[in-house]
Design a protein around this ligand. Structure first.
Ligand code: AGP
Length: 615
């Protein structure tokens, strides 16, 4: 939940590291720090607060010289956010300095041992224990930095992405990874280290993503050498050429990354179709599926595991897989699934959905299912992420970098991938005639343009947002495929505007929530013309008769609901199973505008981080 950046090369390290940290602030932003080596001395500055605060403090207090440095933006786990607990951390001698993303679970026992050997600690962090453990190994074993890091990490239990350097050896940085993401950017006689590629993409497209339990000794003028932490085996770097450009990272002229990403959905869905949806040939090609088709087709059941918005995409997938492919599906919160001793057999297929590919609970659920022999298929958005590498096979959502903490385009592209998969399996299982299959593929091709159309409601949504921006509660209702969308709409409003909101199956209202309805309660109802339209209309009448304020998401040209609702937002018509790709859009925009009007930090909401890498 932290962002780490490092640089060794021929340029000034300070500007590269600070800009890199700003790009990674979506990962954590409660404190930040930097350590630069100017050839003689380590100049370290760190502070509670944002990277901007670090900039002001560093430029006022330390020398910014040096072509080697490391930096960190934090999301506190061990030790409250304050100056002392922020990174980087020195070893007792002051020779070693480290940054760390992750958690060393056995740090207390290691700390006790080190205290018995005379070490003193200034912070409450597990990271300060790790850097002193490395120092102790250097001293007691006479080991070089690389070796000392390896030995120390073999004594540590937990997750980490670290970068450490030694004032006595200023031409190298040692990095290592287990569970937390770490990428190395390879330039002309320079190296960049970061939690993802966004800090160095403007300098190089060549990157190595470290595998779990791998480390690298990065030395100027030398090839990158990777080693396995456990057995010192040499590992050969798999250098990827990244298809990502700076502009994609920047806000592209939108006020917030979230709004930019909402408007990127037509392109993101099209990119997710690319090379997979071949309507002309009545074909769906998914490399990760084709290789394992028998395994997936003969599954007893599909278990979907995920967290947050990805879990909502899993719920939509349950409706699609059971309705179209007739495969039994169970959708599980990864955090519950991993600990409830679930029954998993080798005839089960587990689908793990994750935007970041780093969510700890989802990763653990995957490992559990693999141990029990299930086939694990991943749906991820980040190339090279831990979940992508941990699963047997998978399909990437090509949403591009999602910077806003509130997930939007990842949600619709997850549903897109899962819809393609369900349709493919339905066809293979003979549940679809060729003509119906073709009809479906043709309709899918229209979705990006229909999302564009749905986005045109933005000005109207902004007006409606202004009416309800001071609400304290809000209810979201949907039936069938749109019940999960109601849950997602409520989550979006909660996480960025801090208004308490709940999503419910519309028919559940009478079993309790209807008691909440009065003239203060805005109720967002998804009432598209497919599926259970008439039943939703009667739910709307129940709300109306209790003076609830109704904002209805309807199919273009709807007249009946328009009579009943206080506000209607239209989306284009499509197949019932595809409506979630459209009905989500106005809910994303509504939560966005309400949050902006309430002055909330839309891209970095309080108490939240983009990827939750600890449980
Ligand atoms: C959604 O807006 C939130 N950021 C959060 O619920 C998120 O969906 C959840 O943490 C799962 O993240 P993942 O998709 O990266 O695994």
């Amino acid at each position: 939940m932290c962002g780490i950046v490092g640089y060794i090369g021929h340029r000034d390290a300070y500007p590269i590291i600070v800009k890199g940290l700003q790009r990674l602030e979506y990962r954590g932003y409660d404190s930040a720090g930097i350590a630069l080596f100017d050839g003689n001395d380590i100049n370290l500055s760190k502070t509670k607060g944002k990277v901007e605060d670090l900039k002001q403090k560093s430029e006022a207090t330390i020398s910014l010289e040096g072509t080697l440095g490391i930096g960190h933006t934090r999301w506190a786990t061990h030790g409250i956010p304050n100056d002392v607990n922020s990174h980087p951390h020195y070893s007792n001698s002051g020779d070693l300095v480290i940054i760390h993303n992750g958690i060393i679970e056995n740090y207390e026992s290691l700390k006790k041992e080190l205290i018995n050997r005379g070490y003193v600690f200034t912070s409450d962090t597990d990271t300060e224990v790790l850097v002193n453990l490395i120092e102790e190994v250097q001293k007691s074993e006479g080991a070089k930095l690389g070796k000392a890091v390896q030995i120390a990490l073999n004594q540590a239990v937990g997750a980490y992405a670290i970068a450490v350097f030694d004032r006595k050896k200023p031409d190298e940085i040692v990095v290592a990874k287990l569970g937390s993401p770490l990428a190395i950017g390879i330039g002309e006689n320079e190296f960049f280290i970061a939690s993802d590629a966004s800090p160095f993409i403007e300098f190089t497209n060549n990157a190595v993503y470290l595998e779990d339990e791998e480390m690298a000794i990065i030395r100027l003028g030398k090839e990158i050498k990777l080693r396995k932490i456990k057995d010192d085996a040499i590992a050969y770097p798999n250098i990827l050429e990244l298809q990502m450009n700076l502009e994609e990272i920047e806000k592209g002229g939108y006020d917030h990354f979230m709004l930019k990403e909402i408007y990127e959905q037509p392109r993101a869905i099209m990119d997710t179709y690319r090379g997979r949806l071949l309507a002309g040939q009545s074909l769906i090609k998914m490399a990760g599926v084709d290789q394992h088709l028998e395994k997936i087709l003969n599954a007893n059941r599909i278990i979907i595991v995920a967290c947050g918005t990805s879990w909502h995409a899993g719920l939509v997938a349950e409706y699609i897989f059971e309705d179209l492919a007739r495969i039994p599906v169970e959708v599980e919160y990864a955090s519950e699934f991993r600990y409830r001793n679930p029954v998993i057999t080798e005839n089960d297929v587990l689908i793990a959905i994750s935007q970041s590919g780093e969510t700890a609970d989802t990763l653990a659920a995957i490992k559990l299912a693999k141990e029990k022999g299930a086939f694990v298929f991943g749906v991820c958005n980040v190339v090279g992420s831990s979940i992508a590498r941990e699963t047997h096979a998978g399909a990437y959502t090509h949403a591009g970098p999602e910077i806003g903490v509130a997930s939007t385009k990842a949600f619709t592209t997850q549903i897109t991938v899962l819809t393609l998969l369900a349709l493919k399996l339905a066809k293979e299982k003979g549940h679809f005639s060729t003509s119906r299959f073709h009809e479906y593929l043709t309709e899918l091709e229209t979705i990006p343009a229909k999302v564009e159309k749905a986005l045109e409601a933005n000005p109207l949504v902004e007006i409606i947002a202004d009416v309800y921006k001071d609400s304290t509660n809000c209810l979201y209702l949907g039936r069938g495929y749109n019940f999960p969308v109601a849950l997602e709409g409520a989550l979006k409003l909660k996480e960025i505007s801090y208004i308490h909101a709940e999503g419910y199956p519309a028919a559940e209202m009478k079993h309790g929530p209807i008691a909440l309805i009065d003239e203060q309660m805005p109720v967002i109802v998804i009432a598209t013309n497919k599926g259970h339209y008439e039943k939703v209309v009667s739910n709307i009448q129940e709300i109306k008769s209790r003076k609830g304020k109704i904002i209805a998401i309807v199919t273009q040209g709807d007249t009946q609901v328009r009579e009943l609702a206080d506000h209607v937002i239209e989306v284009p018509e499509t197949f019932e199973s595809l409506t979630p790709l459209l009905t989500t859009i106005p809910l994303q925009l509504l939560s966005y505008h309400i949050a902006v009007m309430r002055g909330c930090n839309v891209d970095q909401p309080r108490n939240l981080a983009k990827s939750v890498t600890v449980e």
